[in-house]
Design a protein around this ligand. Structure first.
Ligand code: OOB
Length: 544
């Protein structure tokens, strides 16, 4: 069992096709048609190997054909999985389109991931290769990938962008390849997760392209738009909301920022006349501050998307005046559903909600949050807070090879339990008011409490661990690990933080705070009461 992909029921799929949502186009075919329409226009601008790269649509298409051929020569086949861990380098795009042309599935790791996560993605997906860079931000990605390859038998190749081997692969003579099934899986995204290690999310050409096409329309992308990818481009948000794929879909220019800081981003906005970009709230706050220095001409910027975590009202109000652009809030998830405020929504809606779904066929249910098994039909009264369930033309029906988890992550009638607490306005916009899942949202970076708890419990001096969110003025939330030591042992906070880091996990998962306590407060049935731990933290914050 353990399905790679839980398909939509046939009658639902037929409905999405009849509505024109699913058009039977693959990403490879999309690039072919983009080349036909925009051959000489600039597709991608970015930094690679110390120099600037500027590729037209024809260049991008040629490179993708060659990389596809090179991958086939290497033995990569349709349906094979390839872990892709690339920072915002131009080669990301032809490499991913090359994999799509072969019909191989990119597994989108983030640059912040380390050995523990990479190994999990390779193992879980049975990947045949890891595609990465040599060094990035002082981390030796190639060495980590090679270590993973040595431990995971399915991994036969480590491909390093910038190496002579990769240059050879990317110089292969293009060859005709059969177009993969558009209804089949195109790639695996990562879930933010709340239990254990991140789950893999199978997205199809049909479903993802629908969300890309509609995102490009909702964000008013045109051939003369320029989209700046400031966040790591493999993440669903800068990838497709509207992201680099939305920009390409519109025939626009993609500008890849090697880092998201204001200096780097503003320099590129000015130089490339960027019209639209997307950030997480802490970055928006940093940009607002930096813009006050007035060192750069940001007059080309029309739209700033803010999402990934809740954008508070105060910050929302400062964005337009500080950056001279329109704010667009976006609330999305790698599992599917994406909501946007519309560019013509009244200001009040843009400032106070996280948008409304892309599609009229996105079904939304707001159910009793205290009943995690709540049927998808038992809705709370209009305007009240409840747990958000959703299903629709680009929301998955199941995670990759996770049948047991799927039984609780989805309702029997196929709604995804998002774990988000929302209120729905009479206009159908959603206001995200909190979370019912065991996840910490660290300024858009998602930390599954259980994953970090498991790392802590591997320490011989730790008897029990509970990770909770602490409110934070800058990131929205930070992580606090409560730890009960083994009798007689007293691991210190710095020691435990170092221990977690040394287990090879992304730096954003290392607990910000560690509190060593004698015992955890418990609920009526004897479970650790995270509610009381959060209350204790709040009390500590008041005292301090
Ligand atoms: C995006 O995707 P993920 O998969 O990293 O995280 C999804 C979760 C949501 O379930 C929600 O808990 C939180 O991130 N979230 C927000 C939010 N946007 C995402 N919470 C409050 N306000 C928002 N605006 O984060 C993502 C994917 C596509 C587009 C944008 C964000």
């Amino acid at each position: 069992m353990n399905a790679d992909h839980v398909p939509w029921p046939p009658e639902v799929a037929a409905r999405y096709r009849a509505a024109g949502h699913w058009r039977g186009q693959t990403f490879g075919a999309l690039l072919t048609s983009l080349r036909a329409a925009h051959a000489d226009r600039t597709a991608v601008v970015g930094e690679q190997g110390g120099g600037q790269v500027r590729w037209t649509y024809a260049d991008l298409d040629d490179r993708a054909h060659r990389i596809a051929a090179g991958l086939v020569e290497l033995g990569v086949r349709a349906g094979d999985r390839v872990v892709v861990q690339l920072p915002n380098v131009p080669e990301f795009l032809p490499a991913v389109f090359g994999l799509w042309r072969v019909g191989a599935w990119p597994v989108f790791a983030l640059p912040a991931h380390r050995h523990s996560e990479l190994r999990h993605f390779a193992e879980q997906s049975g990947a045949v290769a890891v595609l990465t860079v040599d060094q990035h931000e002082r981390h030796d990605h190639a060495a980590t990938a090679r270590a993973v390859a040595a431990e995971v038998p399915s991994v036969r190749h480590v491909l390093v962008v910038g190496s002579a081997e990769f240059a050879d692969l990317a110089a292969a003579a293009p060859r005709e390849l059969p177009d993969p099934d558009p209804a089949g899986v195109a790639f695996l995204q990562l879930s933010g997760g709340s239990t254990g290690l991140p789950k893999l999310i199978p997205r199809t050409h049909d479903d993802y392209l629908y969300s890309v096409r509609e995102s490009a329309r909702i964000c008013a992308l045109r051939p003369d738009s320029a989209y700046l990818a400031a966040l790591p481009v493999a993440h669903n948000y800068p990838l497709s909301s509207p992201g680099v794929l939305g920009a390409l879909h519109a025939g626009a220019k993609v500008v890849l920022a090697p880092r998201p800081d204001a200096d780097t981003a503003f320099r590129l906005i000015e130089a490339e006349r960027v019209t639209i970009t997307g950030v997480v709230p802490p970055l928006a706050a940093a940009w607002v501050q930096a813009a006050a220095r007035g060192a750069h001409d940001l007059s080309s910027l029309e739209v700033l998307l803010v999402g990934g975590a809740k954008c508070g009202r105060e910050l929302a109000e400062r964005i337009g005046p500080a950056l001279g652009c329109r704010l667009q809030q976006v609330f999305g998830m790698a599992e599917g559903l994406v909501c946007y405020t519309r560019l013509d929504d009244p200001d009040e809606v843009v400032l106070s909600t996280q948008g409304r779904p892309i599609s009229l066929d996105d079904e939304i249910r707001v159910v009793d949050p205290d009943d995690p098994r709540a049927a998808s039909t038992a809705e709370v009264p209009p305007g009240e807070v409840g747990a958000l369930l959703t299903r629709g033309p680009y929301t998955i029906r199941g995670y990759y090879r996770a049948d047991a988890h799927n039984a609780t992550a989805f309702t029997p009638d196929g709604f995804y339990r998002t774990g988000d607490l929302v209120r729905r306005t009479p206009t159908g916009h959603l206001e995200v008011v909190g979370r019912a899942k065991e996840q910490i949202n660290r300024g858009g970076e998602k930390v599954a409490a259980e994953e970090v708890e498991n790392h802590l419990m591997a320490h011989p001096g730790v008897l029990d661990a509970a990770v909770v969110a602490v409110p934070d003025a800058y990131l929205g939330e930070r992580t606090c690990a409560y730890v009960v030591p083994v009798a007689g042992a007293a691991p210190t906070a710095p020691e435990l933080r170092r221990f977690v880091r040394d287990r090879g996990v992304a730096a954003f998962k290392v607990p910000d705070l560690v509190q060593v306590v004698e015992a955890f407060p418990v609920t009526g049935v004897g479970k650790t009461s995270k509610r009381e731990l959060r209350a204790a933290l709040a009390a500590l914050a008041k005292e301090g």
